[in-house]
Ligand binder design. Structure first.
Ligand SMILES: [Zn+2]
Length: 74
């Protein structure tokens, strides 16, 4: 992830870092409410990351779940 592409919510940012660490791709779109995508390249599944999640802990948990599900793909 390039500099300046950090997520403003630290729990979400930490979850995205974990996702990157296992080989998932994090893409910043920066449009509207959407922060970007978390993408599993091998199976082309993607997870939408909002800029301002209702609850950052829940959001981080969902990202972690996606990461776990795709850890073996990457
Ligand atoms: Zn996958």
């Amino acid at each position: 992830m390039a500099l300046g592409d950090r997520h403003q919510k630290k729990d979400v940012e930490a979850a995205l870092k974990r996702a990157e660490a296992v080989g998932l791709k994090v893409t910043r779109t920066g449009r509207g409410h959407r922060w970007g995508y978390l993408i599993c390249c091998p199976c082309n599944d993607r997870y939408k990351v909002p800029c301002t999640p209702q609850n950052q802990e829940d959001e981080a948990r969902d990202i972690n779940r996606f990461t776990r599900r795709h850890t073996n793909c990457a």
